[in-house]
Design a protein around this ligand. Structure first.
Ligand code: GLU
Length: 307
């Protein structure tokens, strides 16, 4: 099967599945996207001769990256702090909803992993201490890794999330109460919401995800992460990147991945390529139905999984 046949088949399977999902509405601005949109992109990873990005459907349409931002923020913090970060945040699957207050309270302010909201707030807090402008630093980083200097925050999405972000505010206050934030709650929430509001295309995200497929090497061929730090990020994605359905996702797709409630899923084929699938309709766990189906079809057709 050549690349185009794979893309056609991935697209056919994904579009059929999308009808069964529901678009996220707890951030009202997210509910305004077309539930039938679908995009998929493959960016070859080798720095020396990467070859063109290939895609299908709406792969050049920007969407709200939401939690996909958490992986890239984690990369920046891990590059600066190394393993000391893991004293503030765990690396186990959550087994609970991504915004659970009960789990954070039970575990005394140490979030289960960096991809549940509490864990991401801790990472953003640290990025803010390191840079003085956490969301700005992340935007610049994503511009560089995707090669798209025009990508930006979506103020409409950020405003909508701010207006309805009571649960994230509660998580941030709980973290502060446990003495786990170095910056004011308001500052951490601001930068977290900004980073989630960044809009990118499947093409942008597949290219940025190559950082993890290249074992920590950036788009400009400099090293950001040690090989073992890149391995740790991929491992945490595998066990906790797709909410409390990471087992099901590993079972079906077999790749490190991170999903977001904007309907995006990024996935890493180590040594080979970065992938991004997007379909706004979500399943009960918050994962894109079309996205999972597309990645499932992709690994089945190509045989490219980590197993
Ligand atoms: N901004 C969203 C929130 O904090 C991100 C959720 C997600 O994509 O998992 O609820």
């Amino acid at each position: 099967m050549d690349d185009q046949d794979v893309l056609d088949e991935v697209s056919r399977a994904a579009r059929q599945a999308a009808a069964t999902g529901t678009v996220a509405s707890y951030i009202p601005a997210l509910a305004r996207v077309d539930p039938a949109a679908f995009g998929f992109a493959i960016a070859p990873a080798p720095a020396a001769d990467p070859g063109p990005v290939r895609g299908t459907g709406d792969w050049r349409v920007p969407f709200s990256i939401q939690s996909l931002s958490k992986v890239f923020a984690l990369a920046l913090v891990l590059a600066a702090d190394g393993d000391t970060l893991w004293q503030r945040v765990g690396k186990e699957p959550s087994g609970s909803p991504f915004n659970s207050l009960a789990q954070l309270e039970r575990e005394r302010g140490i979030p289960r992993n960096p991809f549940v909201n509490a864990g991401a707030l801790v990472v953003t807090d640290r990025l803010q201490s390191l840079t003085g402008d956490a969301s700005g630093a992340l935007r610049e980083f994503l511009r560089a890794e995707s090669g798209n200097p025009a990508l930006d925050f979506d103020p409409r999405i950020a405003r909508s999330e701010r207006r309805h972000g009571h649960r994230n505010a509660a998580l941030a206050h709980l973290l502060a109460d446990h003495g786990k934030l170095a910056n004011p709650v308001r500052t951490v929430l601001y930068h977290y919401t900004q980073q989630c509001s960044i809009a990118m295309t499947c093409q942008d995200l597949a290219l940025a995800t190559c950082l993890f497929a290249r074992h920590g090497i950036r788009a400009d061929a400099t090293r950001l992460l040690t090989r073992s730090e890149a391995k740790r990020i991929n491992a945490v994605m595998l066990v906790g990147g797709t909410y409390d359905a990471a087992g099901e996702f590993a079972h079906r797709v077999g790749l490190p991945a991170k999903s977001g409630v904007g309907g995006g899923i990024i996935a890493v084929v180590p040594g080979r390529c970065g992938l991004c699938a997007w379909g706004p309709a979500l399943d009960d766990h918050g994962n894109s139905v079309a996205g999972i189906t597309a990645l499932d079809a992709f690994t089945t057709l190509t045989g490219w999984s980590v197993f």
